[in-house]
Design a protein around this ligand. Structure first.
Ligand SMILES: [Zn+2]
Length: 213
């Protein structure tokens, strides 16, 4: 079976199983629209599907997946801002109560950020190296695991976690996010998933570390 046929079979299985069993839910969502309570920003990595990990249903999360689960800081220009648009829509229109950033172990994007620290061109990409350089913000101003990162030691899991926290901080550069957080109408979470062990850990602002949920 080729890879596209596998997906076609997958769709048939979804249509005859999950969709059939959830007919009422899909009908309700179609007629009444969505009102998700959570914006979930996660990595494009094929191994880490947040809707499976968090066992969500259609309508539960407004979702963004990008290379490295990165959030850029607010930028006032006319470029095309996919992540910023999703954040704006989720916060201003959907009025979500939570924004969760989920990173993961063995993240290729974070490894690329580490690998291109001293030689941005080494990856040979047109867009990727510039995008993942967002994670390098955590090198100079690490928000967790400070000692190791400040000493120049690049331990992937620590950079993955520090980059999640950096993205959490970048969210606060959007005025409409900051305002709702200060009004206590919005909470921001940082999560890290280990696909070997299945462990999901969360950033603890008190300790500055990731720990069990
Ligand atoms: Zn990744």
């Amino acid at each position: 079976m080729d890879s596209a046929d596998k997906l076609k079979d997958g769709y048939h299985s979804f249509r005859d199983g999950y969709f059939k069993d959830s007919r009422d839910l899909f009908r309700k969502l179609a007629q009444k629209g969505q009102s998700p309570k959570t914006l979930l920003i996660s990595c494009s990595d094929s191994r880490v599907d947040p809707t499976i990990i968090l066992n969500t249903e259609p309508g539960d999360v407004f979702s963004v997946r990008n290379v490295g689960n990165l959030v850029p800081p607010h930028e006032n220009d006319n470029h095309y801002h996919g992540v910023s648009s999703a954040v704006e829509y989720a916060v201003k229109v959907l009025e979500v109560e939570n924004i969760m950033i989920m990173g993961h172990a063995h993240c290729g994007a974070i490894q690329a950020a580490i690998d291109t620290e001293n030689d941005p061109e080494s990856l040979g990409t047109e867009f990727v190296h510039n995008w993942v350089s967002l994670a390098q913000q955590a090198f100079s101003d690490p928000c967790c695991c400070k000692e190791s990162i400040k000493s120049g030691n690049r331990i992937p899991v620590e950079i993955e976690q520090a980059s999640i926290v950096n993205s959490m901080n970048n969210l606060m550069t959007f005025d409409f996010v900051k305002k709702r957080v200060e009004e206590k109408k919005l909470k921001i979470y940082g999560l890290h998933f280990d696909l070997e062990t299945g462990d999901l850990t969360a950033f603890d602002r008190k300790t500055g570390e990731f720990g069990p949920l």
